[in-house]
Every structure is written in structure tokens, then in C-alpha cells.
Design a protein around this ligand. Sequence first.
Ligand code: GLV
Length: 373
Amino acid sequence: MSNAVRHRVFATCHIGDKALEILRQHHCLVEVYDKIEAPPKSLLLEKIKSGIDGLITTLRDQMDYEVFAAGRGTLKVVAQIAVGFDNIDRAAANEFKVPFTNTADVLTEATAEFAFFVLGAMARKIYSSERLVRTGQWGSWQWHPYYPFLGDEVTGKTVSVIGMGRIGKAFIKKCIGFDMSILCYDPVFEDQGFAQLTQELLDLRHKIGFTAEPKTIRYVGLEEALSSGDFISLHVPLTRPHESDKPTYHLINDRTIALMKPNAFIVNTSRGPVVDEAALYRALKSGRIKGAALDVFDTEPLPDDSPLRDPALEPVLRISHHFASGTYETRLSTDPRRGMAGRCVQGLLDVLEKNFGGDYAKMPYVVNKEAFR
Ligand code: GLV
């Protein structure tokens, strides 16, 4: 190792040239896995056992007990370029006293706007319309009041926001611009202050004539949220039954779908397993609900034999490749206040350079602070 090199870092994916350059300026010798797929676990173990100080990971790297054990005494930090960290065994990180960081906040707006856009695209059948034009089905007829199909208007409808964290609240900001009434549900915490202030904003919009009818926002129970929303947008973290007394795993299932209006649409930009895909498939296939837009799946990439690929679902199901935060600004900005790359790099450097007096519990991007208090 050259004298200038103070830290060895392995990145399981490329995080952008500018971000890597920052690490080099901070005396890191960075090795980047040069394929677009995730490295095999054997390679991850090999790199960790070779004594790297820092590891940059993403959602597809399984950071389990074996991986943390391999870094015992040498691995100083795991910097995840994602807000979610369901791939990281937190208990193992804590046992081996390895702080891990994530990139919360900076992807909030990108994810929220994507959720809103797919909601609109789904309701207004934008994909079906383009497909019709591209496949030469815009035939003999030039314009007809309702043939071959119509969409559902979004403006003025009721949206149920399931999960009222950062992204759920940012999503609400988009919905307000479309004059929607808002029902909020959160399994863990109700921010009544947010609802109250937002109601004042809705009242003001009504007063100045933006909305003809008064609009409301309020917290409700899950049943009411599901049974009263025209649109249901999921923004909860994934929690499994052993992790929470109100787990979000399969929150959307046969029973909860049965509560929904027949014209309801579901949007999922949170985590795939929040939705029971088999139940959703049945609901879409039978026409029990009107549509869904999924950016996340139980298994990613979506398997070739997934029932969700059934061509019969194409008019009512929009699917994308876990892409909600995928903008240039959000993914690649090296400003830690703006982009995931910047925040990932800063999280890594905070630990390696012992910023904040070397106190992990004080470092803003460290997730598992509890292990260091
Ligand atoms: C995306 O899903 C993320 O967790 O960053």
C-alpha cells in the first residue's frame, strides 16, 4: 500500500466517477466490482477477508452474519447506497461492532414523485395508449368519445397513504397539487401536527379557489384507509412478523384487498413483500380492483415465470425495475445533501476519518447507532 493510502475500500457497484474521485482524494484505495450484476458472495467474503476497511454495498448484497464475521477486527464500515437496508443483518453488524450507513432523505422526493407519476400513468392508461399507437391499432377511427378505453381522473380523488414517513409525506405534497383528499395510516406513529398544518394548507387552497370543494387530510385506521381510498399508495418499510408487533409483510393480502373499493388502484414503491403477489394477481385477474403499479417485487429481478407477467394483466398492471429513486440528481450527486452517491461517500468517510470525534452514535448517516451508545 502506498504511503498516501490510508483506507482500502471495496465497492460492490460503481457509484459514479466523481464520487470515487472524492474517495481517492481522501486517500482511499478504491476497488470497484466492474460488472453491473452484484458480485458473488464468495468474492465479497474474499475481499473482506483480505482486510478492507470499508465496503460500499447496495440492496442486492446479502450482508449476513457470515459476511460480518469475515470482517471481524478489520472491517470498519459498511456504506449502503440505498435508504433501505433489509439486506443487512443489523444484529450481526452490532455484534461485530461495524457501523453501517444508508442514504435516507436524499431519495425522498425522487421516490415520491415516481410513485405519483406511476399512479397517474396507470389511472390515465398512458402505457395502453402508447402501445395502441405503436402496434398500429389506432386504425380506422380518428377520435371517439369513449372507444377503445377511458382512463380514471386523478384530480379531486381520495388517496390513502400507507406509511407516513419521509416518503409518504413527500408523496402527499404531490397529491395536494392534484386537489386530492388524503387518508393517512401509519402502523407505528401518527404525526398529528403534520396533518393539522396540512389541513390548514388545504383550507387555504379552498379559500382562494384552487379547489371547488373543501379537501381533508386525516389519520384513519388501516381498514378505513383501504376501504375509502380511490388510490392506495404504500410507503412503509418492510417489517416481518418476528420484527414488529405490526408487521408490514403481506399487509396487502386477500383479506385487505377485499376491503378495497372495486375501482381502487394500488401503488407500491416500498418493498415487494409488503404485497402478497398471489393475492394481488387474483384481484387483478378477476377485476376485483381496477389496477396496480409495482416498482418492487417479492423477488427481484421479477422472475420470468412470475404470474405478474401474465399478458392478461398488461392493461391493469404497470411494472418497473425498482427504479423510483433512479434520477441523475438523486443517484449520482456527490453533494451529501442532495445525492445518494454523496451521502454514501460521506457516511463512509465519517467513520474512516473518525469525524464527530470518532463517535459513531453522533454520525448522521450511521444507522445502527444503538450498538455504540
Ligand atoms: C430503494 O429502494 C432504497 O432503499 O434506496
